[in-house]
Design a protein around this ligand. Structure first.
Ligand code: SAM
Length: 229
């Protein structure tokens, strides 16, 4: 018998290899989408742009090792790699990784290509200057968030970039959450996280918050924290 954790993971993995893959590839792509999806696309792009702006402002992106955990179709991995970072990109969904790899091959020089892997983020090992994990925590129940943050912390030498849907907006978000995972195949649940809990988990791993941002559009909410040590 599998644990609840495994059930959640298996469901998320199946979703992002099937209907979730089609949906999110469209949202994260540049083709035609409906109004709600366009709003989510723009919001998510802002989160990516904020991370890129922070890292570029530091001026040392070239050569930095960056682990993009739960990379999706490579929305962050590709610009990071294009900017000269050495990117290790992984996702629990092989379809997502295949899509990210194909996009990388089409748009990047061969020496820039990220290293790709299909992996649950808890199975990742090694150390990286920076670990980024954007909009993945939404798939983790509250009780598993601290463990997840603990594992990412063990991979990150100097910086952890984490984004999540903050629980303070629960009410408005919950009403709209149906658009994150729509239709009869409501295969995955979305979990919100209290910022205080996330910060507590980070601080207990020795991090302090350096930069923070909030992206909020009509259908997209994401709190972004940069933890340093
Ligand atoms: N980080 C990407 C971005 O911001 O463009 C993708 C965000 S998408 C909403 C969430 C991604 O997390 C999906 O690609 C999903 O397959 C992945 N994911 C969910 N749970 C995961 C886990 N336990 N380990 C690795 N990836 C996971």
């Amino acid at each position: 018998p599998s644990t609840p954790v495994m059930d959640d993971k298996a469901i998320v993995k199946d979703y992002f290899n099937a209907t979730g893959f089609d949906r999110w590839r469209r949202i994260y792509g540049d083709g035609e989408v409906n109004k709600v999806q366009l709003d989510i696309r723009k919001g998510h792009q802002k989160t990516v742009d904020t991370v890129m702006a922070w890292l570029q402002a530091d001026g040392d992106l070239a050569g930095l090792t960056i682990c993009d955990a739960g990379c999706g179709v490579g929305s962050l991995s590709l610009p990071l790699a294009a900017a000269g970072a050495r990117v290790f990109a992984s996702d629990i969904s092989e379809k997502m990784v295949a899509e990210a790899r194909q996009q990388a091959q089409e748009t990047l020089a061969s020496e820039q290509l990220p290293q790709f892997a299909v992996s649950d983020l808890e199975s990742l090992s090694g150390t990286y200057h920076t670990v980024a994990c954007l909009d993945v925590l939404i798939h983790y129940p509250q009780a598993q968030a601290a463990t997840m943050i603990g594992h990412l912390s063990s991979l990150a030498e100097s910086r952890l970039l984490l984004s999540f849907a903050p629980k303070t907006l629960a009410y408005s978000l919950l009403k709209k959450i149906g658009d994150f995972f729509p239709g009869p195949s409501k295969a995955t649940r979305a979990y919100l996280h209290r910022e205080a809990d996330v910060i507590k988990a980070l601080e207990s791993e020795g991090w302090r918050i350096q930069r923070q941002a909030m992206t909020k559009t009509q259908f997209y909410f994401s709190r972004l924290l940069e933890a340093m040590r």
